[in-house]
Ligand binder design. Structure first.
Ligand SMILES: Cc1cc2nc3c(=O)[nH]c(=O)nc-3n(C[C@H](O)[C@H](O)[C@H](O)COP(=O)(O)O)c2cc1C
Ligand code: SF4
Length: 431
């Protein structure tokens, strides 16, 4: 019989009270004096409302560079990370599990795409798997992106993996229940996996076996420091890449990477379709018309993209036409992965409610929801309490683009917020 959403699941020996998780989403908490309170404010409602598992948004393993978006939290400083025990205690009190996601942006780091950040940090170099591919070098020459790559020697690759291990050690000491490696969304792990980025000729490049080696070394560094802590990674299929990108990870490659992860000792995988870029293929839905037109963010867009911000908005509009919303758009990829691995496969991307029963029967051991948490921070109370409940989020993406202007991730669609208000008055978010 298929499991139900309310059934427990075990990941790497850790019991998760149910099969609904909050997918990693930027909390924009940074590392300032309010960081821990911000994370509690962003994450605790989901735990209080019953989410079995929460993945905190990506955190950066080093103190300098590697930050892909404004407001990302860094986990390099032991004194700061120890303060996160207030967050882990708060989540623990509700019986939910909390994993931290570890990341380094590499060639996706903020100074490559955010003009203002680059001007403030003129000396930042990007850790690079290889020299940027020709398409990105062309974008650099046109002034659309800006690279100053520092191509990693093999020794430096091991050192970076050790930083993932050290960050994991600090986070586990602060009470996190598990570690999630940011294997997709164009971070440095994906850059190692991807034939678009990875042109190395050493033990970390060439065959898929070599390109997954970075994930393997990260695994070993973490195991050496924190033993059998549950360890999860996203696994990208770069099938949403533009047609000009011939070298990309296929779905078959992604399934192979899932198999390799199981063999290395990862405890669960999250196969996701995306692209070789951070683009709409990861957050399928509508063009965020309202957010681009909102004068409150104009200054932030100009800071990020300079006078060309309108051209960026136009490119976003064109790109969005190719990636309209599809319910559970990773389901078939997850189902295929599940045929080849025996560790849990977690499915996210367009999961919106009524389809969850079917997903748990075929494609997934647990299901994750992302953007709808911006609209309904206490969403799990509805989803776990009613098998036919549907999120109120309309996939309009007005919560996503303002983050380029350093704005918080919140729902900005009045009709959706009105619905949430009505549901709250009806008591739908009470457990
Ligand atoms: C604003 C925003 C920030 C995100 N941040 C992360 C992240 O830090 N790490 C990650 O692996 N995925 C991140 N994602 C991807 C989500 O985890 C999720 O896969 C995606 O939003 C699709 O799920 P959804 O349709 O339920 O939103 C982010 C998505 C959005 C919209
Ligand atoms: S702005 Fe609101 S409705 Fe639109 S995608 Fe974000 S959370 Fe969903």
């Amino acid at each position: 019989m298929s499991p139900r959403i309310t059934d427990p699941l075990t990941i790497g020996g850790l019991s998760i009270p149910n099969r609904l998780y909050r997918a990693p989403l930027l909390e924009c908490a940074g590392n300032g004096p309010d960081a821990v309170e911000t994370l509690i404010r962003e994450l605790e409602p989901a735990a209080e409302a019953g989410a079995g598992l929460l993945f905190q948004g990506a955190t950066v393993v080093r103190g300098e560079g590697g930050c892909a978006a404004a407001g990302m939290t860094r986990v390099h400083d032991p004194a700061f990370v120890s303060r996160l025990s207030k967050l882990t205690d708060a989540i623990d009190e509700h019986g939910s599990r909390l994993f931290v996601q570890l990341e380094h942006g590499g060639l996706r780091s903020m100074e490559t795409w955010h003009a203002g950040y680059r001007a403030e940090n003129p000396d930042l170099q990007q850790l690079a798997v290889s020299r940027p591919p020709p398409l990105l070098r062309a974008a650099d020459r046109l002034g659309l992106l800006s690279y100053d790559p520092d191509v990693l020697s093999a020794e430096e690759v091991y050192e970076l993996a050790a930083d993932f291990g050290r960050a994991a050690e600090r986070c586990v000491a602060a009470g996190y229940d598990g570690i999630h490696i940011a294997g997709a969304n164009m971070g440095i792990v994906q850059q190692f996996l991807s034939p678009f980025y990875n042109r190395r000729t050493d033990e970390f490049g060439g065959s898929l076996t070599n390109r997954v080696r970075f994930l393997s070394v990260i695994h070993d560094e973490i195991r050496e420091r924190v033993g059998d802590v549950p360890l999860v990674t996203k696994v990208p299929a770069e099938t949403g890449s533009p047609a000009v990108v011939r070298r990309h990870l296929s779905e078959r490659d992604a399934v192979e990477v899932c198999r390799a992860c199981e063999a290395m000792g990862y405890d669960a995988v999250v196969p996701v379709r995306g692209s070789v870029f951070w683009d709409m293929s990861l957050i399928r839905g509508e063009f965020p018309e309202r957010a681009w037109a909102d004068d409150r963010f104009r200054e932030g867009y100009e800071a990020a993209f300079g006078p060309r911000w309108r051209a960026v908005a136009l490119a976003n509009r064109l790109h969005a036409t190719g990636f309209g919303f599809e319910p559970a758009w990773n389901a078939d990829l997850c189902e295929e992965a599940r045929r080849h691995v025996s560790i849990p496969v977690l499915c996210e991307g367009g999961v919106r409610g009524p389809e969850i029963g079917d997903l748990l029967g075929s494609a997934a051991d647990a299901v994750g929801i992302g953007r709808p948490f911006y609209a309904e921070p206490r969403l799990p109370a509805r989803i776990l309490g009613n098998g036919s409940a549907r999120v109120v989020c309309e996939n309009c993406n007005n919560c996503t683009v303002p983050q380029a202007a350093s704005a918080r991730g919140v729902c900005r669609t009045p009709s959706v917020l009105t619905k949430r208000g009505e549901l709250a008055r009806e008591g739908a978010y009470e457990r």
